[in-house]
Every structure is written in structure tokens, then in C-alpha cells.
Design a protein around this ligand. Structure first.
Ligand SMILES: [Ca+2]
Length: 268
């Protein structure tokens, strides 16, 4: 086997590894079906239900979510939503922000025993996550990134809880899709308190906490909401496509592409 072929196969093997990691996907809501915005594309059957008198709607392949406590979606509680480590990704465009803590998506409701995890925006539009080990007390963790209205972002949060403090981690990933900036990955550096995540019996809510709640609803557009079990690395994120990072692989892929082009030229 020539060197070019070996490099190409090595690259393909890495692609195959990346593809197999999709088995970690719990749910993937894409909002691409104009006839039914509730569908889960993961194959795991976590189709969403509409809140009573829901005002959410399809908008060019995204979910349009009004500033209304009636406008949210939820997937019924499922054992698959209970995880001590998870990655939650989505695209988000904020239309308005009422200066309150805003729930974006997660397994969370305000009552005791119903709190587990949720992506959130602070009262000052800072991207963060809220976690609870006991269903009651919660820790709020923020990325330092403040979101602007009218900008489409890719956002992800990867969380690992553990009885061992040194094993706990939160990593935020942010990319401004409107201006096509580079992906920022931010590790939360202060103490993380949660030893595990609570087995809440509330649904997975999108656009609000799982029971609605007027002060805390999201207003804008959401898309490509993927919940994964475990901590995805940067290269496994939706925003990275199927090409694993870090740059060592990019160099390898470049070599393979160059070798392939070279082989092609030799055949000509
Ligand atoms: Ca979509």
C-alpha cells in the first residue's frame, strides 16, 4: 500500500470514529418539517408536545419562539434525559430580552424536585448553565459571553459532574454564525458544586422551563437542538461538522487531500 493510500485510510478511520460517536445522541430537534415542528430526528422518539395554546411556529427551518409563556415545547420525561454528563447544543437568535433570567432548554421546572439542568441566559444576557444535584438547590455558571439581539449564535455547553471535585467540568462553546467568527471554547474555571445531576420527573423544555413561567421565557429563534450523553470534544460538535479537531487532524486531512490530489494527477 502506498503512503498516500495509508494516510487516506487513516483519515477515513478517524471519520468513522466521529460517525460512531453519534450513538451518544439522546435527542436532536431540527425544526425542518413545516408540517410538524415537534419531530425528534435522532431516531430515539423524543418528539415534542406543544404547550397549551402554544404560539411557537415554523420559520424557514427554525423554531420561532415568541415572548409568551404559552410559547414553549417539551418532550415528556424520559430516563435518557437523566445524565451526570451531557452536552447540549443549539442555534439561537435572541429577538428581545426582558432583563430576567431566561430559560432556553433543559430538564428543569421551578418547583422543588423538578430541577436538573438547563441552558440559560442571565438577566444581563450572559450565556450560562444552571445545575442541580438534589432537584432543589442550584448553581448558576456563566461563560462571560454576552449575547446580542438579532445575532444568530451556535451555543453549546458540555457538563461533567462527579463526586470527585477535580473531575467536574463545564465547557462553553460559542460561535457567532451571523458574522462567521471563530468558535470560542471557554472552560469554567471556578468551583463547580454539583456531584451529580438530579433525576427530575419534569419534561425536557424548549423555550421556557418545563412549566412555562412568564418571566423566564426565551424570545427569538431556536434551531438544531441536540442533546448528547457525555462530554463531546470540540471536534464532535455540530458546528465542527464531522471533521474531528484538533489541528493535528486538520493537518492529516490536508495531507490526505494533497496525497489524493497527487495520486489523481499521476493517473492523468
Ligand atoms: Ca433546522
Amino acid at each position: 500500500m502506498n503512503t498516500a493510500r495509508r494516510i487516506l485510510l487513516a483519515a477515513l478511520a478517524l471519520f468513522a470514529t466521529a460517525a460512531s460517536l453519534s450513538a451518544q445522541t439522546v435527542a436532536y430537534w431540527r425544526f425542518d418539517d413545516e408540517e410538524d415542528i415537534r419531530l425528534d430526528s435522532s431516531g430515539n422518539g423524543h418528539d415534542l408536545t406543544l404547550s397549551p395554546s402554544s404560539t411557537t411556529s415554523y420559520s424557514a427551518g427554525r423554531l420561532a419562539k415568541p415572548a409568551s409563556s404559552n410559547g414553549w415545547l417539551g418532550a415528556p420525561d424520559n430516563a435518557a434525559f437523566t445524565m451526570n454528563a451531557f452536552t447540549l447544543e443549539l442555534n439561537l437568535e435572541l429577538s428581545t430580552h426582558n432583563g430576567s433570567l431566561t430559560f432556553v432548554a433543559g430538564q428543569w421546572a421551578g418547583s422543588n424536585g423538578a430541577r436538573s439542568y438547563t441552558m440559560a441566559l442571565s438577566a444581563s444576557r450572559e450565556f450560562g448553565v444552571i445545575l442541580s444535584s438534589d432537584g432543589n438547590t442550584a448553581g448558576q455558571y456563566y461563560s462571560g459571553v454576552t449575547l446580542e439581539t438579532g445575532v444568530n449564535y451556535y451555543l453549546a455547553v458540555a457538563v461533567n459532574t462527579s463526586a470527585t471535585e477535580s473531575e467536574r467540568s463545564i465547557t462553553f462553546h460559542v460561535k457567532d454564525l451571523t458574522n462567521n467568527t471563530a468558535l470560542q471554547s471557554i472552560s469554567y474555571e471556578s468551583t463547580i458544586s454539583q456531584t451529580s445531576l438530579w433525576n427530575s420527573n419534569t419534561g425536557f423544555g424548549i423555550g421556557a422551563q418545563g412549566t412555562g413561567g412568564a418571566a423566564t421565557v426565551f424570545s427569538g429563534y431556536l434551531d438544531e437542538i441536540r442533546l448528547s450523553a457525555g462530554v463531546l470534544s470540540g471536534g464532535q460538535l455540530l458546528v465542527s461538522g464531522t471533521i474531528p479537531e484538533p489541528s493535528a487532524f486538520a493537518a492529516l486531512a490536508g495531507l490526505a487531500a494533497a496525497a489524493f490530489a497527487g495520486a489523481h494527477r499521476r493517473r492523468c
